[in-house]
Design a protein around this ligand. Structure first.
Ligand code: CTP
Length: 381
């Protein structure tokens, strides 16, 4: 049997980037050969094994045949006769379809190295369209490599548009979409992921609740600029996504908490099956960003309610994160007054009221009154 390093590890090595995961392809072997060497089988659909010591993935060379709709609608065939080239040919992009032998020889039948030099994300073969997940993968890889000058090859972009137009993209499970989106948020320039999906008309399939009026983020450079700035200022993916929805979604501006905006963002994030931490923070930012730029006109009890909704007493960093996101969109006003208010509220001690005989609901009311008075003092000051 021969073993080759393949996929992202070879790509990143030739890009001079650190290698995260190493995937291997095994040619000329039966599953039994790997099992007898102590490799552990994983996955029920593919002949993939984990190395007994490194736990890296070793897959038997395989080809894939389209048998139905969607990204799971294919069967895979493997045998010791399947060549390395045949395995590489089923892959998405030329830069992902290179292999390296144990002696360091590059095997590059589809011009991956040349495309690395040309900085092109280009499909290997027309079979690209057999897997709609690739629309998301290519958009994500652009988010990762655009800062190095990479672009999507026009002919690949045409295939991506085709996958969006023929409904294939809708067959990708919400969980996989979220997985790609969340990974895209950690890349260097996440906005390319969102923008690429707009230009190939993927959003109606991926997130039907995002209405066309919200696409203005992609049509007006100054709006997209806020999201870009947010991604440059913070790397936290929860904050980055909240900045996307704050700038993308067409909310009416109000001088108080905007519950409609909060609900709409919640609906969008739930449609994406985003984890709770994303849903709560993004919808809070959407509903309460007026608190940031209109603070002095807010009643003290509403400010206190906002702090509570954000769980700012237990997690004060959330208030900082909220201020940072709003600051990108509305200009930096500074966080000092918010920090002072939070501190003043936290300085209201329950023991003080307990000693005076307050318990239960009355105790809660007294504490809230004192916290509102402390906030008011700062508003007046
Ligand atoms: N692959 C593919 N089509 C997919 C998924 C994966 O062709 N839908 C191929 C690509 O050759 C890819 C390899 O399988 O390089 C490994 O996939 P994966 O580990 O998911 O991605 P990487 O390319 O290694 O990228 P990353 O650095 O994001 O993990």
């Amino acid at each position: 049997m021969q073993i080759y390093l393949v996929g992202g590890a070879v790509r990143d090595k030739y890009l001079g980037l650190p290698i995260k995961d190493r995937d291997w392809v095994v040619v000329g072997a039966q599953p039994q050969a790997l099992l007898s060497l102590g490799y552990q089988p994983v996955g029920k659909d593919f002949p993939v094994f984990l190395h007994p010591e490194t736990h890296e993935e070793y897959a038997l060379a395989r080809t894939e045949k389209k048998t139905g709709a969607g990204y799971t609608g294919f069967t895979c065939e493997y045998s010791p006769d399947i060549s390395l080239e045949a395995d590489l040919q089923r892959r998405d992009l030329t830069i992902n379809a290179m292999a390296e032998s144990s002696t360091g020889t590059l095997i590059d039948p589809f011009g991956g190295q040349q495309d690395l030099e040309k900085k092109l994300l280009k499909h290997v073969s027309p079979a690209f369209v057999e897997d709609p997940l690739r629309v998301l993968r290519v958009a994500r890889l652009l988010a990762r490599y655009a800062h190095l000058g990479f672009q999507i090859a026009p002919e690949t972009f045409t295939l991506m548009k085709k996958l969006c137009a023929n409904g294939e993209l809708s067959t990708v499970s919400k969980e996989r979409v979220w997985q790609e989106l969340q990974r895209a948020l950690t890349e260097t320039q996440p906005w390319h992921f969102f923008e690429t999906l707009y230009h190939c008309n993927a959003w109606p399939s991926l997130l039907p609740a995002l209405d066309p009026a919200d696409y203005q983020i992609f049509q007006q450079p100054q709006t997209l600029h806020f999201f870009q700035k947010a991604c440059e200022q913070f790397t936290d993916s929860v904050q980055r996504l909240s900045a996307f929805f704050l700038t993308a979604v067409n909310y009416p501006v109000t001088s108080h908490a905007n519950l409609a905006a909060q609900q709409k963002t919640k609906r969008l994030l739930n449609q994406l099956k985003a984890p709770r931490i994303y849903v709560e923070f993004s919808s809070f930012v959407a509903g309460y960003h007026t608190l940031y730029f209109d603070l002095l006109n807010w009643p003290a009890e509403h400010i206190l309610a906002a702090f509570k909704q954000l769980h700012a007493f237990h997690q004060p960093q959330k208030l900082d994160q909220f201020i940072q996101v709003c600051g990108v969109v509305d200009g930096l006003y500074g966080s000092e007054i918010f920090t002072q208010m939070l501190l003043a509220c936290r300085n209201v001690k329950s023991e003080h009221y307990l000693q005076r005989g307050f318990t239960g609901i009355l105790l809660g009311q007294r504490i809230e009154e004192a916290q509102c008075a402390a906030i008011q003092q700062l508003l007046d000051g």
